[in-house]
Ligand binder design. Structure first.
Ligand code: DC
Length: 435
């Protein structure tokens, strides 16, 4: 399976140079689709074909041969090196109109998909995230102020000995923005799930560095996701392993060493999405909940826990969702939302840290956020005991709490805090510390 990074953005946003840097660093094939539209425009110019001569354009498209020679950074049109000509002011002037012709777009989109087949690629243009590869693994919308974009383009022109003035470039750029955004076919749009990145005030290297980090993270997450959702031999073996490990953990480790007892097990429904919210007293409590449940509970756990040898292995086996609390971990959030939409059980410690309540720390709003955003009921769970070997550990489930009066209010801080308070009050009651 190929890995596709799609980048869209207006002219001069830095797509070209940023894309090249990313491609080099991540070993991806780099495809500049703007160069392809420029080739069509140049071919039309050379053959004296006007914008409205559709028949002639169709004929031209039938025979056109465009080769993007990545290694030598050259563009060939019908066997000729046109790397310089396609950047001329004349081509730049008409290319936006040319790229608005439906037949041109259909032909080039088809060519672009073909070029990318079975390769790991990064492709930049205007409609890559929305039309060419709407299912790309990573979608980026690269933007920058129009003045800065014009300055960059003028600098490029000077370097390439292309005659132009800043004012002229700025004027052209504004016109091209208008055309690119408003054309009927292949208009520049921001894909709903694109990462919007503003390159204003950043060098190409700085932008590339940040984006590489985002892409790497995404790749890592996708590999983890594959291990969860795809029905492969590997996931089938993992399921069997998990079943065995859960039984051993429960009947040998937790039953004998911690004399675990589960009260009100039946409060966890046999199917459907629920968020189990528990107090957090020991690093062994998540696995106590996981191993004692028939269904898989996917806890959200600190990334650092995964680094511990045996614990980390078991957490991975249980498809635990890692979270990096040092940053706004969007990927972790997306995976949790995906799990809930998929009808899974998610486990959260609202205290965020072990014995947060004892340390008088404020509970986190994460569980409330997920409940309100996805309309999921919360099952409170009180964990009692000290996790000292051979002392008793008790897991006490409460009734699922329905927060429907707050659903959709996940951005309202007051609603989030109220819901968090209710969750925490229920947990406290179940830990016997409520009285
Ligand atoms: O990125 P560029 O300036 O080289 O692009 C040249 C023109 O082609 C520009 O006006 C937008 C258009 N284009 C497009 O419509 N769709 C793409 N995927 C790439 C470029």
């Amino acid at each position: 399976m190929s890995f596709i990074v799609a980048i869209d953005g207006p002219a001069g946003s830095g797509k070209g140079s940023v894309t090249k840097l990313i491609a080099e660093k991540l070993n991806l094939h780099c495809i500049d689709t703007g160069a392809m539209y420029r080739c069509v425009a140049l071919d039309m110019m050379n053959k004296g074909i006007k914008i409205d001569e559709l028949e002639k354009i169709n004929e031209l498209l039938k025979n056109i041969d465009i080769v993007l020679d990545e290694e030598n950074e050259k563009v060939f049109l019908n066997g000729q090196d046109v790397s310089k000509e396609i950047r001329s002011v004349e081509v730049t002037k008409i290319v936006s109109q040319v790229s608005a012709i439906k037949e041109v777009r259909l032909k080039l989109v088809e060519m672009q998909r073909k070029i990318a087949k079975d390769k790991d690629i990064i492709m930049e243009g205007r409609d890559i995230t929305t039309v060419v590869f709407p299912n790309a693994n990573v979608k980026i919308y690269l933007d920058a102020d129009v003045e800065e974009r014009a300055r960059r383009r003028q600098k490029q022109n000077e370097e390439k000995n292309i005659k132009s003035t800043y004012e002229q470039v700025l004027e052209d750029m504004k016109k091209r923005d208008e055309n690119d955004k408003n054309k009927e076919f292949g208009a520049l749009k921001i894909a709903e799930d694109a990462i919007i990145f503003d390159s204003t005030g950043r060098t190409a290297e700085q932008s590339a560095k940040k984006l590489i980090k985002i892409i790497k993270e995404k790749k890592k997450q996708e590999e983890l996701d594959k291990k969860v959702y795809e029905e492969t031999k590997e996931t089938a073996i993992k399921k069997i392993k998990l079943k065995i490990v859960k039984s051993v953990l429960y009947y040998v480790f937790y039953k004998i060493v911690y004399r675990i007892k589960v009260v009100n097990k039946e409060k966890v429904p046999k199917e459907g999405a629920y968020i189990i919210c528990a107090n957090h007293i020991n690093m062994l409590d998540a696995l106590a909940v996981v191993s004692s449940n028939k269904r898989l509970v996917r806890f959200i756990c600190k990334e650092s826990m995964f680094k511990k040898k045996i614990l980390g292995w078991a957490l991975k086996l249980a498809n635990t969702i890692p979270i990096n609390r040092e940053k706004n971990d969007i990927e972790s959030m997306k995976r949790t939302l995906k799990a809930l939409k998929n009808g899974e059980l998610v486990g959260i410690f609202p205290e965020g840290t072990r014995k947060g309540m004892e340390k008088n720390m404020k509970a986190k709003n994460g569980a409330a956020f997920f409940s309100l955003k996805t309309g999921t009921k919360v099952i409170p769970l009180g964990i009692q005991g000290s996790f000292k070997p051979f002392s008793k550990v008790k897991l006490v489930y409460g009734d699922p709490i329905d927060f429907s009066e707050y659903y959709g209010k996940e951005k309202d801080k007051e609603a989030l805090e109220k819901v968090t308070d209710i969750i925490m009050d229920n947990i406290v009651m179940l830990t016997n510390k409520g009285k």
